[in-house]
Design a protein around this ligand. Structure first.
Ligand code: ZN
Length: 437
């Protein structure tokens, strides 16, 4: 079918009209236009290819529209159009200009402002999928085309929600996913996508975000660089081998050919490497062994805790820097002794200037990974004096090692010292040396 011209009006199911302003994108499945409705601009995705089970696909979209977005990270379908020449589309919010394509981040066209923002965006991706799964839906077609990221803030928007399906039902579009992101059992045709295959695709997305490489693309791939369908089935379906499988070294990344994973993998702490090993070794054979989104949340919060930059020159340090023995030497020449840590709940947060505490650290049982409740600050007049500033609305109480009690009102600062304990609302944290238990 022909593309719509500027000014053309499309009728919506519930009576309104959307006027075409311009084409803003297109892919295999359809064309995306900018449209205007009642003085507000939106995006219209119009399907140009023949959809399998078109009626069921439409009904599923309508049901997702009625359910509403799982949270504000989704560019969710808002209105369905009437059919024209046997095809149709749906309206969603426009992507704000500060959000970049995930693929532009992966190929380094767009760079994050800091390591913390890479982790923040990963956490936002995981939080989005957690919200979706909690609504009883599975995404089913997770790949690098589904995200927009604000590299300055780590904010994420999840788009292309048209295959989102209730529970683990087969999606009516009969979409299996994108090669490289599909779970092996989907690739082999043994299963249709479901929430467990979403967890495989999510691990691939995270691996690509942090390692800038395909988790299965190593020496095996190079042995036959001309990929036939049969070879692809072996690499992604019948014999997938993680490039960092600790027991099977056959598919390691190749020097000079795969520089990113070789350079980046050693920069991450063991617990983070283990998360990928679990997902891509055990989880490759057993879908139930894959890390769920709530497990990724905890791992990414821990990784964000460990991401630190020099308070003097602001350079980011490699994330595993804190795991090393002895003082930390920054390239600017300044040396720091290993910071004290706040042991609170399941977290151990290094107390270093700039480090933030979130709801998940200071509120009992909270999975709020985004609301900042405290920040480690440095005294302007005496850079050797550090404290935790109370950025929450709650009154904290600290107890010094000598037993003295002090109230830390919102906006006030609790001085950091070994043996100090701080009670945030109900939860109490203790400040210790890194190697103390
Ligand atoms: Zn420095």
């Amino acid at each position: 079918m022909q593309e719509f011209k500027t000014g053309y009006k499309i009728a919506l199911v519930d009576g309104g009209q959307a006027e075409i302003l311009r084409k803003i994108g297109g892919g295999g499945q359809g064309i995306v236009y900018e449209v205007i409705m009642e003085q507000k601009r939106y995006a219209l995705k119009w399907y140009t290819c023949k959809l399998k089970n078109q009626e069921a696909f439409r009904e599923n979209l309508q049901s997702n529209i009625e359910m509403g977005a799982p949270d504000d990270k989704f560019l969710w379908p808002l209105f369905l159009t009437l059919e024209e020449e046997g095809s149709f589309g749906y309206i969603m919010d426009l992507r704000p200009p500060e959000f970049s394509d995930f693929s532009d981040i992966l190929n380094n066209k767009v760079k994050f402002s800091s390591t913390e923002m890479v982790i923040q965006s990963a956490l936002n991706i995981v939080n989005g999928f957690r919200a979706l799964h909690r609504k009883g839906r599975s995404y089913q077609d997770l790949n690098d085309g589904n995200f927009f990221i604000n590299a300055a803030t780590g904010d994420v928007l999840i788009c292309d929600n048209d295959n989102v399906t209730p529970g683990d039902q087969k999606n009516s579009g009969d979409v299996g996913g994108k090669p490289g992101y599909m779970a092996p059992e989907v690739f082999r045709g043994d299963s249709h996508p479901n929430s467990l295959t979403d967890f495989h695709s999510l691990a691939v997305i995270l691996f690509k975000l942090f390692l800038r490489h395909d988790p299965l693309w190593g020496a095996d791939h190079e042995r036959a660089p001309c990929i036939t369908e049969e070879r692809e089935m072996e690499l992604y379906g019948t014999h997938p081998v993680f490039i960092f499988d600790p027991n099977d070294l056959s598919n390691r990344p190749v020097n000079g050919v795969h520089p990113n994973p070789i350079k980046l993998w050693p920069r991450y702490p063991q617990f983070f490497q283990d998360a990928f090993i679990q997902s891509f070794v055990k989880g490759m054979q057993d879908p139930n062994a894959r890390l769920h989104d709530n497990e990724w949340q905890k791992i990414l919060v821990r990784l964000r805790d460990e991401a630190i930059s020099c308070p003097l020159c602001k350079r980011d340090w490699p994330i595993n820097k804190l795991g090393q023995k002895g003082p930390i030497n920054c390239v600017c020449g300044r040396a720091y002794s290993a910071p004290l840590r706040l042991q609170v709940g399941k977290y151990s947060v290094p107390l270093f200037p700039g480090k933030k505490l979130y709801g998940c650290h200071t509120i009992d049982g909270s999975d709020d990974y985004n609301t900042v409740t405290g920040e480690v600050i440095m005294n302007k007049n005496n850079p050797g004096l550090w404290g935790i500033k109370n950025l929450s609305l709650d009154r904290w109480e600290m107890i010094t090692p000598g037993g003295e009690r002090k109230t830390i009102d919102p906006g006030s600062v609790a001085p950091i010292g070994r043996g100090v304990s701080v009670t945030f609302k109900e939860l109490t944290g203790k400040i210790t040396q890194a190697d103390e238990t």
